[in-house]
Write a protein that binds this ligand. Structure first.
Ligand code: C5P
Length: 217
């Protein structure tokens, strides 16, 4: 059995975290949601809007705990639910475009993947964080379907949302993420693209497990 890393990238609300979590559980790997890390820094920025990003990330204590799913702690406070709220979602792509923020988080993420056995989802995982990942997935879906999925997800979390606002938010975030200067969202040359429009969660999961098993065995 080979120990591998799996990189899962793609635009907003494409189902990356849902699928990556299931794949990690089935393969006995560790799941890391890097979007949550950018969201936690965004929370710190909104709390201290006057701090420059370099100072902000230097003084931050960010902990990722994998205990039956990922929990994220900012300065010893569990912010796992707080970072899903709308003020964070609206500001995260701006914060994620900052050089000091990316340098800090990419270093943390690379340390987490050094021993392999990680399924990591984000925007720059296959291109930048783990360019040598044994399996790279680029997950896409139509904007309509992504907004529908996010609407359901927000309703389940008790977060206020409406379809048209979600479409606008997804398109705006994709635009910022794809055009930013530092490691923009793009498909790695050696990534396998999966268009999940019209596919069930189980179908997508099974497809990735099949691809992973070809490499592990
Ligand atoms: O995955 P999620 O939607 O929670 O990510 C929130 C935001 O964090 C993205 O829209 C993007 O701006 C940023 N992000 C990033 N690089 C990653 C993961 C997330 O820039 N690896």
């Amino acid at each position: 059995m080979n120990k591998i890393n799996i990189a899962v990238d793609g635009p907003a609300a494409a189902g990356k975290s849902t699928i990556a979590k299931l794949v990690a559980a089935e393969l006995g790997m560790v799941y890391v949601d890097t979007g949550a890390m950018y969201r936690a820094i965004t929370l710190a920025h909104l709390t201290q809007p006057d701090a420059d990003f370099e100072t902000l990330v230097q003084n931050i204590d960010l902990k990722i705990i994998n205990d039956n799913g990922q929990r994220i702690y900012l300065n010893n406070e569990d912010v796992s639910e707080r970072i899903r709220e709308n003020d964070i979602t609206q500001n995260v792509s701006f914060v994620a475009s900052q050089k000091a923020v990316r340098e800090k988080l990419v270093a943390l993420q690379q340390a987490m993947t050094a021993a392999k056995g990680v399924v990591m989802d984000g925007r720059d995982i296959g291109t930048h964080v783990i360019p040598d990942a044994e399996l790279k997935i680029y997950m896409i879906a139509s904007v309509k379907e992504r907004a529908e999925r996010r609407l359901l997800d927000n309703q389940q979390r008790g977060i206020e949302a409406n379809f048209d606002d979600l479409v606008k938010d997804i398109e705006r975030r994709d635009q910022i993420d794809m055009t930013r200067e530092i490691s923009p969202l793009m498909k790695a040359q050696d990534a396998i693209e999966i268009d999940t429009t019209g596919m069930t969660i189980n179908e997508v999961k099974e497809e990735i497990i099949r691809l992973a098993n070809n490499i592990i065995r």
